[in-house]
Design a protein around this ligand. Structure first.
Ligand code: FE2
Length: 374
């Protein structure tokens, strides 16, 4: 079996200290409606706004938050814009994975000196609440990492934004923080991006899965999981593998027209309550066959939760040497079958649900079959 867990990375020689995920920015065709959807359906609250009223002539952005998660939805205000071209090529998708650092200038200079591709030189942005320094580098596809230094800033988000206080707010659903963010890359590119995260960012590979671990009768993929020094940032990277039919990674690459972010996993302390709320508000999840639950407890052993609500909601369970985890995957959230979300609750487990891959991919294949893309 090609399943392995490496020891926790050394923090003392962390060449790229990162405090956590600062925000995830999606380029979308309708930022106003996207923000409403993520508020109403996922329970995010209103944080900040940038647009014509704040002097932004190029684009409109809404920032929503829930506990430590911050999402930004940006749409262009004119044709032929950078944002608009991104949407035309990819559909809605993640453009920026922003990383919270103490020194954005140092992070940028170190990353560039270690071979990163430039996206944004260190830039100081100021308003009455102080200043923020941002810089950025490219990762796979057109996705970028923006380093955000906000120690001298007290405003709601960053200069250029004002507080967004609409009358409508939704109840939170218990989403706490970004657990991991997964990238899909072209066949043969996984190891290139593994090396990028090792060499440029000082990440360590904590897990790897090959096509024997992640395969069904029809489709296969390979994945390696990269983690930063303090373990707060985890980036699994998938590439397609040869299968009888088109894998979900191939489908993504075809419809996204390139490499990009496949899913963002958001953590909760109570997955049953969170998924009950999300389902009640219209979030759609992959359907899991009842047979999955027949053998579940034999596979994962005793768990704190009752089986009935897990089965009713379609929540998956897996165990590793450190504990267990509960997880569920939304259907794709865009017209193109590209991006989706995962909801995860960790009860000791540090892995990613390897025992669920088969059930999960068969569920995805049923969706692909309906789309005629399997
Ligand atoms: Fe995941």
């Amino acid at each position: 079996m090609n399943y392995m867990t490496n020891p926790a990375p050394e923090v003392s020689n962390d060449i790229m200290p990162i405090n956590g995920t600062d925000y995830i920015e999606l380029y979308v065709s309708n930022s106003k409606q996207a923000a409403y959807y993520y508020k109403a359906a996922f329970g995010f609250h209103s944080v900040a706004y940038s647009g014509l009223e704040t002097g932004n002539q190029e684009s409109e952005s809404y920032v929503v938050g829930q506990d430590k998660i911050r999402l930004v939805f940006t749409s262009p205000l004119h044709s032929n814009s950078i944002v608009g071209k991104h949407i035309d090529k990819h559909g809605d998708g993640v453009k920026v994975n922003a990383l919270w650092v103490d020194d954005a200038t140092q992070a940028y200079e170190d990353a560039i000196s270690r071979g990163a591709k430039h996206y944004m030189a260190p830039t100081v942005e100021k308003d009455e609440h102080g200043q923020i320094v941002r810089s950025g580098i490219y990762t796979y596809g057109e996705v970028v990492h923006v380093f955000v230094e906000r120690k001298d800033y007290t405003g709601v988000f960053m200069p250029g934004y004002r507080k967004w206080e609409p009358r409508f707010e939704a109840e939170p659903t218990g989403l706490k923080y970004v657990d991991h963010m997964v990238g899909n890359v072209e066949l043969g590119n996984m190891n290139k991006w593994v090396k990028f995260y090792e060499d440029v960012m000082g990440f360590k590979q904590i897990l790897s899965f090959d096509d024997k671990d992640i395969s069904t009768e029809y489709t296969a993929l390979m994945s390696k999981v990269m983690s930063n020094g303090n373990g707060k940032i985890k980036f699994p990277i998938n590439e397609p593998a040869e299968g009888k039919k088109k894998s979900q990674v191939d489908e993504y690459l075809e419809f996204y027209e390139g490499e990009g972010v496949q899913h963002v996993a958001m953590a909760t302390d109570n997955i049953i309550a969170t998924v009950t709320a999300l389902r009640a508000r219209g979030v759609e999840f992959l359907d899991i066959p009842e047979t999955y639950y027949e053998a579940l407890l034999d596979r994962v052993g005793e768990i704190d939760e009752d089986l009935a609500p897990l089965k009713d909601l379609g929540i998956l369970v897996d165990r590793d040497e450190d504990g267990y985890l509960l997880q569920i995957f939304t259907k794709t959230v865009n017209p193109r079958p590209t991006m989706f979300f995962e909801i995860i609750q960790r009860k000791g487990a540090n892995s990613f649900g390897k025992g669920n891959f088969k059930a999960l991919f068969e569920a995805i294949e049923r969706e692909q079959e309906l789309r005629g893309t399997l």
